[in-house]
Design a protein around this ligand. Structure first.
Ligand SMILES: Cc1ncc(C[n+]2csc(CCOP(=O)(O)OP(=O)(O)O)c2C)c(N)n1
Length: 589
């Protein structure tokens, strides 16, 4: 599948933007997603296209369920999420596979090998086999667009949801894309057909039969379709490859013969055998798990390399060059020798203020996923667990049930994460007579993934006003009687409220509400400074890890010397609050 690009009708797009463009051109009517790196920009980009109803869902499961509904009503629908999002959406996915579609249903899973911004690096190609749905893997932005359109067509032709898998490099790399017009697809409307859409066992058994025959038909289709192609080259070396690894193979061995798989589930076995026969030495190059390799070996095909172990981290062009025996001049890797720069909380971040109060209480902190997870780093070090989105409350409740105590621990969870999957575990705490203290860090946005809206911000994906979910009302509604809202900048008061909550024999929720400092940049605040004469050199202001506070202690000195970098200071005043000597003051004009 090669596209000739007319520069006048093209644009430089990231893989994410190209998928959005593909959905638009394919006539998608509905797009729904939950943010997550590296998939977020797909929906953000779709918001800008007329004719597509693009919206954020509270979580990925809901996103997919909305997608299933829209598809069953005949609309072409795109659902996008990061790899771990598919775990959340896996329940509807596995049965949506049985139900099939009416309007094409394309589900994008954006995997993150190397964990640039994720809690694990699972290889979601396994989901395609598990759910028995076709999977397409583009290798650049042009293919990201073309494969999206092809995925809608496949979905309707074979009555199946289609998984489109990208990885961070594809999602976030830009390349030229030929643009086309939109082909409108009028939704047919919902037609009642319980045998197809009501998955009671009797119906599901019949649908399962169809799923198995569908897989056979898809495998047959994969043998000849243009998404899989052989690039004939030097027959001494043949490489089977998909996704971004294709680019690395082309770079390392431009003359090798290549079987480029655009469909990685189900595999075209005859095509693979035919290719294997046509080359002397056969290699499989892939990132993470030996997903293709194991299936190819199971066909009895011999490879030129030994069985691969599951890999960790991203594949790099130099790793592929090594794998294919390319002799390289020893140079430095691009990132070699650079100091590591882990992300940190911003100056003025309300999360830091809140975690400072938590740290002082020396409690066990059941953490969650969001900017506040960065509190695990020194000097704050106020995070004892972090498993997956929404886990903080359940984990805390488990610790409480195991130890019989709730006065020495808190659960911390962000506003978006609470809406995503924190409400049901809070119900569990109430239902099972727990007394866990839950802190919702409400910065009125999804900060971690780049400031998206969510139900408690009162704005839609397009920034229009909508019904605002009240976190207080939700907590009270599920039965928590002790709900308090605090401003985390007020560290002393927050600490007091926290202490009181820990002493209660019932569940408490503290909503620490402070808008994300990056969304509040227009607000004029004066920086703070340290009055050297009053500073006692205790170093307590350094303990909360604000990047605007610099340790300038001369070597050998026991007394700390500290300075505030005015250009970085956001003027939150939290350091002034925690300074025991009153040595930090606001700079007046
Ligand atoms: C299942 C799943 N979906 C999406 C993500 C990506 N992600 C990480 S944190 C986060 C939400 C953070 O928002 P919030 O809880 O409000 O905290 P903030 O970053 O604003 O402090 C998201 C969407 C993820 N890690 N797991």
């Amino acid at each position: 599948m090669t596209t000739t690009i007319d520069p006048a009708m093209s644009a430089l797009l990231s893989g994410d933007e190209a998928i959005a463009r593909g959905a638009f051109e394919a006539g998608a009517r509905v797009a729904t997603a939950y943010p997550g790196t590296p998939s977020t920009e797909i929906l953000e980009s779709l918001v800008g296209y007329e004719g597509v109803q693009a919206q954020w869902a509270p979580n990925e499961k809901v996103a997919l369920e909305v997608g299933v509904g829209a598809s069953l009503a005949g609309a072409r629908t795109l659902v996008s999420m990061k790899h771990v999002g598919l775990n959340v959406a896996s329940d509807p996915l596995l049965t949506a596979s049985y139900v099939g579609v009416r309007g094409g249903l394309v589900i994008v899973t954006a995997d993150d090998p190397g964990m640039f911004s994720s809690q694990n690096e699972q290889d979601n190609r396994h989901y395609a086999r598990l759910a028995k749905v076709p999977m397409l893997e583009p290798s650049d932005s042009q293919e990201a667009k073309d494969f999206t359109i092809a995925a809608f067509e496949l979905s309707e032709r074979f009555d199946t949801p289609v998984l489109l898998r990208i990885t961070t490099r594809i999602a976030h790399s830009n390349s030229l894309v030929a643009l086309g017009g939109r082909a409108e697809h009028e939704p047919s409307g919902f037609v009642s057909e319980p045998a197809k859409t009501v998955m009671v066992p009797g119906n599901a058994r019949r649908r399962h039969e169809l799923v198995e025959s569908r897989t056979k038909a898809l495998a047959e289709y994969a043998e000849t379709c243009s998404l899989n192609r052989i690039e004939k080259g030097d027959r001494r070396m043949g490489v089977i490859v998909s996704g971004v690894a294709y680019q690395y193979v082309k770079e390392a061995r431009p003359r090798a013969s290549i079987l480029k798989l655009g469909i990685t589930n189900p595999l075209p076995k005859k095509l693979i055998r035919q290719f294997a026969k046509s080359v002397e030495k056969l290699y499989v190059v892939e990132e993470l798990d030996p997903f293709l390799e194991e299936q190819i070996r199971a066909l009895g095909i011999k490879l030129a390399h030994g069985p691969s172990e599951p890999k960790q981290g991203e594949l790099t062009p130099s790793m592929v060059a090594d794998l294919l025996g390319v002799r390289r001049r020893k140079g430095r890797e691009a990132a070699e020798g650079l100091p590591p720069r882990p992300p940190g909380l911003c100056p003025g971040c309300g999360h830091r203020a809140l975690l400072t109060a938590v740290k002082r209480l020396k409690v066990f902190v059941s953490g969650d996923i969001g900017c506040y997870t960065l509190g695990v780093q020194p000097p704050l070090q106020t995070m004892d667990t972090c498993i997956c989105m929404g886990a903080s409350i359940g984990v805390a409740h488990g610790v409480e049930k195991a130890t019989g105590r709730s006065d020495n621990m808190v659960a911390v969870i962000g506003d978006s994460t609470f809406v995503h999957s924190g409400i049901t575990p809070l119900i569990d705490v109430v239902y099972n007579r727990g007394a866990t203290t839950v802190i919702i860090l409400d910065n009125e946005t999804v900060a971690m993934t780049g400031h998206q809206e969510h139900p408690a911000t009162g704005k839609t994906a397009g920034g229009e006003p909508t019904n605002r979910l009240s976190l207080e009302d939700v907590c009270r509604g599920v039965g928590v009687r002790d709900v308090t809202v605090v401003d985390p900048y007020d560290v002393k008061k927050t600490q007091k409220v926290l202490k009181a909550a820990l002493g209660r024999a019932e569940p408490s929720v503290i909503i620490a509400r402070r808008r994300c400092v990056l969304l509040d940049r227009d607000r004029v605040r004066h920086p703070y400074r340290i009055e050297a004469e009053r500073c006692v050199g205790c170093g307590q202001c350094l303990g909360h890890g604000c990047p605007a506070i610099a340790d300038v202690t001369p070597e050998g000195s026991r007394k700390k010397r500290v300075e505030i970098v005015a250009q970085l200071c956001a003027g939150c005043g939290v350091c002034a609050e925690i300074c025991p000597a009153g040595a930090i003051t606001e700079v007046s004009e």
